[in-house]
Design a protein around this ligand. Structure first.
Ligand code: GLC
Length: 795
């Protein structure tokens, strides 16, 4: 499927198979169990971390998308000839007889063959334990016996990344070789945090790092200089010109992990060595949010650095991901749609965004308040309890005054606080969708802490977020932009708390409408009255001051200048207020077509919908850093994939299936990979942005993996194109059939029942559920643990 000169999807769509190591950019996998994670590129590059890659990086990688030269590398050596090569393309780049990398759901498999020696390395993270397994099978395909050895090598980082001072940090590290478990172990007596008294650099790194192998080693080393040689490098390490590694360990080196095993193979013979790399806590718990029990590395090593242990662990990986991805399954005439909806968008959102929180373009120390909240919607169909967990975590990062940390780190929970106008509102917004999915109204009563002390029900948390937003209005009654709105790059529009955001009008309006339902449940009549009045005001001012003739303004600046107006030379029209104006129903019916026409004319392109047009070509200090990007990049007139998904929803809602599908297909990664040297990014995950038409690299994808677009790509596909939506009363089915589709099927779990939906194009809308005609578009909420056959005729 979707084959190009670099690779293709497997027939079942669950793997991407790379057949040429020189992809136009690193094509990576981000593999996580929600605690321990690694990323790996097709060349063998990558690194590992626990908790998050910013505060607790285990192995080193300095960001370099061109060289892609940091990894956990393994070398095979022919002991008789002295020839050696890495079993991945990097670092030796040895000409090969066979190369293949399979990035799968929860694992990657690297196949390499040199001199008739075939190596297959399967890498994965063990569910529920803080370690990864690298299972390497070497086969001698030659008719002669071979005397080989296998050497694994990587650099420890152990703590905060990037470490601002490597030479300083290495002074606190301590390595040892433990022959009882064939393992190198690492300790570090300093972590860049303060102690309980607030004294900096005064706590241990609360972990043990380990690198172990299933068989007794021939030799080991833990010092970089000794392994590479002074002025040496990974492509040609000094250690591989010597019979054995030098067995350095202790406190005085530059810590790496290197293990060497002998591997003599007769003709046709295979052997499997199982390596584990992991990170267990010491359980001292000086740092809040770290597991406070001691975890024993030795028992984990014994369990998993073992051929059978690894096999069992891999079966657990399959099971975990089957459960996580099994919430819904589409079969449509568009295989790209199916592959992304069924597997890869969900996998990316969970493994990459919510759990790993890191990729080649961005390392994160924690959570974006709005980011991972939006992402957690990916759990709705299969595991809504995991979305609930995310909602709890974010509620705890809110202050008593209703505002929230814009982002917060995993360990210690601190972050950045400012006057961002929208982030606090994502709490009620995502809660509303969670309740639509689950009807878990008890959750509204759950007591949760505030970041600055005190506690209140989740209802109260959300209410305070809304109340805070209701204090942020301009004199003429438009919501303020504040530090910025969803578009972080609009960072200078309204810092003086005068500039307005018309996207905020739509977002807040939507939240007010939704939250009324919950306020009703809580009999909070006074607040309902307040919200209704504000909603009326927003509707009035949005349409009065926001209307620009053919579309709606984006904003006004602190100085009162318009942004996103026909009067502007650059940044004339923005996607956000227009798409959300339609979605929130703030835009009156008689203007919707005019707005759609403008969006189609200025924003919708072959590769998706751009965020604004024309891009800014010169920095504007009264608008913000969005204008400082090169024109066409990221939020500056690029296709910002996250927001481009909302164009799909808006076109669908406005009744334009052709435009909705065009807006979807343009950003659906497998489609883009038919032109991989233009697109560059991975075919199987979304990119954060692709260059807008003004860029000489129009259509070039960047910032892949770590983007909120993955979850939304799934959500708009199923809710807006397939038209299957959770409502309080049941499952609404109202497809927006792309012109080229005449049918599809969709299996969806919904509140303890399975809905087997078959949709066909016809002349009149009709739903038959279990043989009975349904009036309207909502299929009952069965909740009976059974499977129901739903036959839909759509027009
Ligand atoms: C980044 C941020 C996200 C923001 C978006 C648009 O993706 O993580 O929170 O909304 O940029 O600026």
């Amino acid at each position: 499927m979707y084959a190009n000169q670099y690779g293709h999807f497997s027939d079942d769509g669950r793997e991407y198979i790379i057949t040429n190591p020189r992809t136009p950019k690193p094509w990576i996998n981000v593999v996580s169990n929600g605690d321990y994670s690694f990323m790996a590129s097709q060349t063998g590059g990558g690194c590992s971390w626990r908790g998050n890659a910013g505060q607790n990086r285990l192995t080193r990688l300095y960001q370099d998308l061109i060289k892609d030269n940091y990894g956990k590398y393994f070398y095979l050596r022919n002991v008789d000839s002295g020839k050696f090569w890495s079993i991945t393309y990097q670092p030796t780049q040895t000409p090969y007889q066979k190369f293949e990398v399979r990035h799968g759901i929860g694992y990657s498999v690297f196949t390499y063959e040199v001199e008739d020696i075939l190596s297959v390395m399967r890498m994965f993270v063990v569910p529920g334990d803080p370690l990864e397994i690298l299972e390497i099978t070497v086969t001698n395909q030659n008719s002669k016996p071979k005397r080989l050895d296998l050497t694994g090598y990587f650099e420890w980082e152990a703590g905060i990344h990037p470490d601002e001072h490597r030479e300083f940090h290495k002074l606190f590290m301590d390595t040892a070789f433990d022959p009882a478990v064939n393992a190198i172990k690492l300790k570090k007596y300093m972590w860049g945090f303060g102690d309980k008294k607030g004294l900096g650099n005064n706590v241990d790194w609360d972990f043990t790092g380990f690198f172990a192998v299933s068989e007794p080693v021939k030799s080991f080393d833990t010092d970089k200089e000794s392994f590479l040689g002074m002025y040496g490098n990974e492509a040609n390490p000094a250690a591989l010109a010597q019979p054995e590694l030098k067995r350095h360990a202790g406190r005085f080196g530059d810590p790496v992990g290197a293990l060497q095993n002998a591997l003599d193979l007769g003709p046709g013979e295979s052997k499997t060595l199982v390596y584990v790399i992991g990170c267990t806590t010491l359980g001292k718990n000086e740092i809040p949010d770290i597991v406070s029990v001691y975890e024993d590395p030795d028992s984990l090593i014994k369990k998993y650095a073992d051929v059978n242990g690894a096999k069992k662990a891999f079966a657990a990986v399959k099971k975990l991901w089957d459960e996580l991805l099994d919430g819904d399954r589409a079969k449509t005439p568009d295989p790209a749609f199916d592959v992304m909806t069924n597997y890869f968008a969900k996998y990316q959102a969970i493994s990459g965004r919510i759990w790993g929180k890191t990729a080649y373009y961005q390392t994160s120390g924690g959570y974006g308040f709005r980011d991972q909240l939006q992402d957690c919607q990916i759990f709705f169909e299969a595991k809504p309890e995991l979305a609930k967990k995310q909602l709890r975590m974010h509620a705890g990062r809110q202050f008593q005054t209703g505002d929230v940390y814009h982002w917060f780190v995993t360990y210690q929970g601190w972050g950045a606080r400012g006057n961002c106008s929208d982030d606090l509102l994502w709490l009620p917004f995502i809660l509303d969708s969670y309740l639509e999915e689950t009807l878990d109204f008890d959750f509204l009563h759950e007591i949760m802490p505030f970041a600055d002390g005190g506690e209140a029900t989740l209802y109260e948390h959300c209410k305070r977020a809304i109340q805070k937003s209701l204090t942020r209005f301009s004199d003429r009654g438009v919501p303020l932009m504040g530090s910025h709105d969803w578009n972080d790059g609009l960072s200078a529009v309204g810092p003086a708390m005068k500039g307005e955001s018309f996207w905020m009008s739509s977002f807040l309006y939507m939240v007010l409408k939704q939250f009324k339902r919950h306020a009703k449940l809580m009999k909070d009549h006074e607040f309902i009255g307040e919200m209704e009045e504000k909603a009326r005001q927003i509707k009035k001012t949005f349409n009065e001051f926001g209307w620009d003739g053919e579309w709606y303004l984006m904003a006004t600046t602190d100085a009162g200048l318009k942004l996103g107006s026909r009067e502007n030379e650059e940044g004339k029209i923005f996607l956000m207020p227009n798409a959300w104006g339609i979605l929130s129903e703030l835009i009156p019916a008689n203007r919707v077509e005019t707005v759609v026409k403008a969006m189609k004319k200025y924003l919708l392109r072959d590769y998706g919908t751009v965020l604004n047009f024309p891009a800014f070509t010169a920095p504007r200090s009264d608008v913000g850093y969005v204008t400082r990007y090169a024109p066409g990049l990221r939020e500056n007139g690029g296709v910002y994939t996250h927001a481009a998904t909302w164009a799909v929803s808006a076109f669908a809602k406005a009744g334009h299936p052709d435009l909705a599908y065009k807006a979807y297909a343009g950003i659906c990664p497998p489609n883009r990979t038919m032109d991989p040297d233009r697109y560059l990014a991975e075919p199987y995950v979304t990119c954060g942005n692709s260059d807008g038409p003004i860029s000489p690299y129009y259509g070039r994808g960047g910032w892949s993996w770590y983007t909120g677009s993955a979850q939304w790509l799934h959500r708009v596909a199923v809710r807006d194109i397939l038209g299957v939506r959770a409502t309080y009363d049941g499952l609404e089915i109202d497809p927006c059939l792309p012109p080229t589709w005449n049918k599809f099927t969709y299996v969806r779990k919904f509140r303890n029942a399975t809905y087997n939906i078959a949709v066909k194009r016809g002349t009149a809308f009709k739903i038959v559920a279990d043989g009975k005609d349904i009036t309207g578009r909502i299929v009952p909420d069965y909740r009976d643990g059974k499977t129901h056959e739903i036959v839909v005729t759509a027009v």
